[in-house]
Design a protein around this ligand. Structure first.
Ligand code: PLP
Length: 440
């Protein structure tokens, strides 16, 4: 799916103001010229409330990979969520938090033998698979495991990130795989799917639930005691430049399909939401290190790049080099340009906007945060901030060029924090209601 060419216009329409409180926090917390992130834990608490209201039948297993920052997983563990883990280290992290092994699904269809062994030793018995080879490994290391067959749902509905090519068994080959599991005397108890991350059309869930029913029945016909349906992740975390579909709309469609294809309470319905829980909870503040104005002559790209490069036009540009880029929290900009919504701090609002580019701080030419954006005339030292940075952002950062990682702060409305009785033991309280913990 190509969104590249319309991004420029879309972003202009959707620039959003940020609350003065967060602005002040960012200014207050900035030390050492580091980019900073502010995580609003109250936002995550509200998301969980909404999940329970909108999807009462569906137990969330939060996808740890999406954002495994300690206060986030601590909060969700305290709130009694279960967890989708992708590796030995993620399982270990959740067990160390005191999460019971029965609250973990090892939802990676490709597992190293030693990781399966670790799951077996620690009683994490629920795990996904999608092919015969994986079953052979599980037979060797953990024959008592409770297995969930991940299918690759077939539909033409739009999602931002398709997962079906790499993961999942095509529904048409499911019977063969289930028969192989039976031959190995393994224990298949359910079906799972993931419609793709960032689902843009509820129809993707409707099709997947219908197809799961068919494969579920195949499992029953082979003689398995099937009693789990795992509807995966993909629930939208925020309104973004691609779509206006809301979580509520998707939840309503999911509920109808569940009632139609899995009526009653015999089947336990679980899900693996990631971005839904955390996307809107983080704001990142970046600071302009250097500004460069590029004139018409200087901005000419090599002839061969002009055809397919959306910004390749001969015009003046303000280039801003900021202290966080795609090797830091903005990796997603590489695959989904324009996915984050930038704005700026400027005390006196300026009307005149200029074509601008925001670059990251490393020496890599691909370290480009926003290719083209209208911004006022900013200066070195000014802040540009990005909302909705909670999912697949800070946790995917590298230290390429040995650049410092963002400095992390957390905030939560004090009353909400106290009402929820969240454990404060691992976050240090500084001014008012801001909790900080730096990545070590
Ligand atoms: N489950 C699995 C197996 C995944 O691979 C992912 C994301 O890649 C998720 C859940 C979370 O997906 P999302 O963040 O779109 O909800």
């Amino acid at each position: 799916m190509d969104f590249g060419h319309n991004i420029f216009v879309d972003i202009q329409e959707k620039l959003q103001p940020i609350s003065n409180t967060i602005q002040e926090k960012i200014k207050l917390c900035s030390h050492d010229e580091k980019a900073i992130s502010i995580g609003d834990l109250g936002d995550i608490i509200s998301k969980h409330k909404k999940w329970k209201e909108c999807l009462p039948r569906v137990e969330p297993f939060y996808a740890v990979k999406c954002n495994d920052i300690y206060p986030v997983i601590r909060l969700l563990a305290d709130k009694g969520l279960s967890f989708d883990c992708a590796s030995k280290a993620e399982i270990q992290k959740m067990l160390d938090l005191g999460v019971d092994p029965s609250r973990i699904i090892y939802a990676n269809t490709f597992k190293q033998l030693s990781f399966i062994k670790y799951a077996a030793e620690n009683g994490v018995s629920l795990m996904t698979f999608d092919c015969e080879d994986e079953l052979t490994k599980i037979k060797k290391e953990y024959p008592q495991a409770n297995l969930v067959l991940r299918i690759s749902p077939q539909s033409n509905n739009k999602v931002i990130y398709h997962l079906g090519r790499k993961f999942g068994c095509h529904p048409s080959t499911a019977l063969k795989v289930l028969q192989f599991a039976k031959k190995l005397e393994l224990n298949v108890i359910g079906i799972s799917f993931h419609v793709g991350s960032g689902c843009l059309e509820a129809g993707a869930f409707e099709a997947a639930i219908e197809q799961s029913r068919r494969v579920f029945d195949l499992g029953l016909s082979v003689g398995f005691s099937m009693h789990i349906l795992d509807i995966g992740g993909g629930f939208p975390g925020q309104k973004n430049v691609h779509t206006n579909i809301t979580f509520e709309e998707i939840a309503a469609a999911v509920n109808l399909s569940l009632d139609k294809y899995f009526p009653g309470n015999d089947v336990r319905i679980i899900a693996e939401p990631g971005r839904y829980y955390v996307a809107t909870s983080f704001t990142i503040g970046t600071n302009i290190i250097t500004k460069k104005i590029v004139t018409d002559e200087e901005n000419v790209l090599p002839e061969r790049d002009l055809h397919d490069h959306p910004t390749a036009k001969n015009e003046n540009l303000r280039m801003y080099y900021v202290n966080e880029g795609i090797y830091g929290s903005f990796l997603t900009c590489f695959t989904d340009p324009g996915c984050y919504l930038p704005s700026h701090f400027k005390d006196n609002h300026e009307e005149v906007l200029y074509n601008s580019i925001i670059w990251g701080p490393t020496c890599a030419a691909v370290d480009l945060v926003i290719d083209k954006i209208k911004l006022p005339d900013l200066s070195t030292g000014d802040w540009i901030y990005f909302k909705d940075m909670g999912a697949y952002s800070i946790t995917t950062a590298t230290n390429f060029n040995s650049m410092p990682r963002v400095e992390e702060y957390f905030t939560c409305e004090k009353k909400l924090w106290q009402d929820e009785k969240v454990s404060e033991s691992d976050t240090s309280s500084s001014d008012n209601n801001i909790y900080s913990r730096q990545i070590t």
